[in-house]
Design a protein. Structure first.
Lengths: 183, 183
């Protein structure tokens, strides 16, 4: 950020606003405070019979690697709506949401992952413009060495754990792995 | 947004970038695309024996009303860390996180609420600068008519439901109440 998006001034400084405890980018001209906050990445692992649907990414980061359909939550949509939209965009498929399986923090890049498990409607899918390929995998077929992101590996691994145990758990994780939510 | 925060130009237009499906604020001068996304509100309901800790807000919105300690997630922190920080700021108290109880969407103001249940350490609390008062309430004492936000009422109600049933459930809700996560 080089200019104030409100008044156009170049007079931006990092300072702690009155009553606040964090330094914020603040405009010396119009006094606007420019807050910056983490983004939500929403997604859904589509399930069909004993298989899960993954997408091979056509874009960076992680081009050529497999991923759980996911992307930034948009203004005006719910987290579950965003997850269904991502499946539509990346796999040309519809899902019905079953449960939230993953809360995964990546603080160093200011991202919060929220991923659901859902049912692939009628087992039908295509290939979205951001994907090179979409494919159903059994647990044994999962290409673990070619998963794009740690968040996706976390969700896939825990989904199969849930299925084995007959549970629907919310798993909490982070990158790097801290193991505990109370540090 | 009146000016491009990258180059200072006034030439901002809403347009759909190539390969995108949503209109974004885009700079006609330097081509920067200014994405805008929802914010995470993180919080925790502190539990002590048969009571929960609420804070009476000293600031708008909802000044004078009771709330589950909550606020915007900051860059560089996990959702659970943010929840503990909010309890520290609003109730001068420490909590250990038990479980995520609430995923609550308010699409019209681009907010996603994530609220935990936690244990109030040693039953100790004070009054943070954003609070007029902090107080432990039994279920019968909850001031339902004076709760600041629907998200807080949702979390408090469901916590007592969980406690009655001996469960630790993730409840998903929204304002206005849509009842279902698959519309």
């Amino acid at each position: 950020m080089n200019f104030c998006s409100h008044c156009g001034s170049h007079d931006l400084k990092l300072r702690v606003p009155e009553g606040d405890t964090y330094p914020r980018i603040s405009c010396g001209n119009c006094q606007t405070i420019h807050y910056q906050n983490p983004k939500v990445v929403t997604g859904c692992l589509p399930v069909w019979e004993d298989k899960v649907l993954l997408c091979r990414r056509a874009i960076e980061p992680g081009r050529g690697r497999w991923n759980v359909p996911s992307g930034y939550l948009e203004n005006g949509e719910s987290v579950a709506e965003g997850a269904r939209r991502e499946v539509r965009e990346e796999a040309a498929a519809e899902v019905t949401i079953d449960y939230l399986i993953t809360l995964y923090d990546i603080e160093r890049i200011n991202q919060v992952y929220l991923q659901f498990v859902g049912q692939l409607v009628d087992g039908v899918f295509g290939i979205g413009p951001e994907s090179l390929e979409c494919k159903l995998f059994t647990q044994a077929e999962i290409p673990w060495e070619e998963i794009a992101f740690t968040s996706s590996a976390f969700t896939i691994r825990n989904y199969f754990r849930d299925r084995e145990r007959g549970t629907t758990t919310l798993y909490q994780g982070s990158y790097p792995d801290r193991g505990l939510i109370n540090p």
